[in-house]
Every structure is written in C-alpha cells, then in structure tokens.
Design a protein around this ligand. Structure first.
Ligand code: ATR
Length: 293
C-alpha cells in the first residue's frame, strides 16, 4: 500500500465556521483551487454552537490557521472578535472571510466583490452610469447595492416588501457613497414601472429558490425589454421563474452561481496573497458549474 502524502506536517489550514455547515460547497471549491494550483492548503468545515463562537475563534488563532470563512449565523457577531474590519465589510455589517496575520484577525466581506466579478465576467459589462433595481433588502441586497454604487451606478432603486429595510439600504448608500437612490414597496404599483425601465434588474431575495420554484420576488412581473440585464442571486434552480420570464423577453440573464464561486476565489486570494490566473479561474468555474448543475 502506498502512503498518502497529500496532507503533511507542513500543510496549512483554512476552514469554515457557522451553523449549519454540512451543506457548504466551500470545502470542495477551495480544495479544488489548492489542488489545481498545487498550493499546500486544506479547507475543512466546523459547526460551531453559539456559546462556543469566542472559544472557537481563540482556538483558530492559537492554532495559527491561515484564515477562515464565516457563515450564518455569525457573520455579524464575528466582527466583535476582530482586530480590524474592512470598510466594505463594516458598511455591510457582515464579515465572511478572516485572515490571521501575526496573531491579528483581519475581517473582510467577499460577497460584494464576488457579485461584481461574476457580473462583469458573465455579462461583459459593468455598472457605470447604469440604472439598477435591486429586489430585496437583506444582506445580499446590501452587498450588491454597495458594490454597484462603488462602481459608479447612476441610480439605484431598492424594492422590497418591507419598505423600511429598503429605505435603510437606500439611505446608507446615498449617505456613504453619494449615489442617487430611491426605495419602493412591492405593496405599491410604482415598482413595476421601475423594473420595466432599469438597465439592470437584480433579485436578491430567496423567492423562487428550491423548493418554492413557482415563486417570483414581486407580486407582478414587469414587461421586460430585451436590452435589460437580469441577475438572480439564486442558483438552485439554475433558472428561476424570474430569469425564465426575462429570458423569454430576450434579456441577458445570469444566476447566482458565479457570485458564489467568485466570493470564494476572492477569499482564497485574501488568504494566500495570490492573484489567481484568469485562465485557471475560468477552468475552475466550468468545473464548479458542472458539480452544481
Ligand atoms: P440574505 O442575507 O440572503 O439577503 P435576508 O437577510 O433574510 O437574506 O433577506 C432576504 C430578503 O428577501 C428580505 O428583503 C426579504 O423581504 P423582507 O425584508 O420583507 O423580509 C426578501 N424575501 C424573502 N422571501 C421573499 C418572498 N417570498 N417574496 C419577496 N421577498 C422575499
């Protein structure tokens, strides 16, 4: 029998903490990246109970792991244990990636960058000067709104069934980035016109996600026009009803698989200090799509 020497005494470690973590695709993604690039780094996942979060973080620091991802329900609570949190993550109020350097904990949020890279890569365009409508007002909407504003969106509309949450994000974005914003409740018909006119429409809600595949994120869908780009953060199913309707009208449509993939790639870059070669990233994305669809 040959001895297995993939993991040795020199192998570095990164991991995921959250609850639950068993469903996560991050171990597969990160271990595939390490395998593909020949980096001696393994990724594993730990389910951490709420009362153990602090000791888990102290343990990871004591073990001197390279870093870790943080998932629900700790993306906000983790901030209290960090030495430094990036501006973007502070604006989002959530950290999903931590790097440990010289015993200090540095927090980042890679969701916004993951969204932006996926959007650019998959649509071939960006946000500069564009009108952007975001449906939903949770963590994903916040990340997307911040990134679209940072990248020069002309106007950002926040549309949500609970308008107060949409207002909070709209105000945060206009106050911090100076971008023109407007919010709207899905209880008023005004949103239909907004959706019909914006250059870019983004669903950030879970409406339409498996097993509720009949749902759409708004009470009435607009009449889409073919020059609109329609993005859905949902990747299961790969084509939601929202995307299918937009596709029928000839819109360019993109699902959330790329955002999931690129937020992981960016976390990997933060931990290793590498810039992953574009050709490798494209190959990895193709493999990732195969395992997820
Ligand atoms: P995430 O962090 O993934 O963005 P979240 O913080 O739970 O998730 O936010 C989910 C968003 O989707 C919320 O804006 C929610 O609307 P409310 O603010 O009114 O709760 C929205 N959402 C979830 N399910 C929805 C549905 N079936 N129809 C419309 N909006 C929905």
């Amino acid at each position: 029998m040959e001895m297995e020497n993939k993991v040795t005494g020199k192998t570095k470690v990164v991991c995921l903490i959250g609850n639950p973590v068993e469903h996560s695709v991050s171990p597969v993604l990160h271990n595939t990246i390490s395998g593909c690039l020949g980096v001696d780094l393994v990724y594993t996942a730990f389910r951490v109970d709420k009362e153990c979060l602090e000791s888990a973080v102290k343990g990871l620091k004591a073990l001197n792991v390279v870093g870790f991802n943080v998932t629900v329900p700790y993306k906000k609570d983790i901030i209290g244990f960090l030495d430094h949190t990036s501006k973007e993550a502070l604006l989002m109020g959530a950290v999903n990636t931590v790097k440990i350097t010289d015993g200090r904990l540095y927090g980042y949020n890679t969701d916004a960058e993951g969204f932006s890279r996926s959007f650019k890569e998959e649509t071939g365009t960006g946000f500069a000067g564009k009108s952007v409508a975001i449906i939903g007002a949770g963590g994903a909407a916040r990340a997307i709104a911040i990134k679209a504003a940072m990248e020069g969106a002309g106007k950002i509309y926040l549309i949500n069934r609970t308008p107060e949450k949409a207002r909070d994000i709209a105000e945060m974005v206009s106050n911090n980035m100076g971008t023109s914003t407007q919010y709207c409740s899905t209880g008023e018909d005004a949103y239909i016109d907004i959706l019909a006119k914006c250059d870019i429409l983004i669903n950030s809600t879970s409406a339409g996600m498996f097993p509720h595949t009949d749902e759409v994120p708004v009470p009435r869908l607009p009449v889409f026009s073919k020059n609109q780009i329609v993005y859905d953060v949902i990747y299961n199913p790969s084509k939601t009803r929202f995307l299918a309707e937009a596709e029928k009208a000839g819109c360019k449509t993109v699902n959330g698989l790329g955002m999931l993939f690129y937020q992981g790639v960016y976390a990997y870059e933060i931990w290793t200090g590498m810039n992953l070669p574009e050709s490798k990233v494209r190959d990895l994305f193709q493999s990732f799509m195969r395992i997820k669809t």
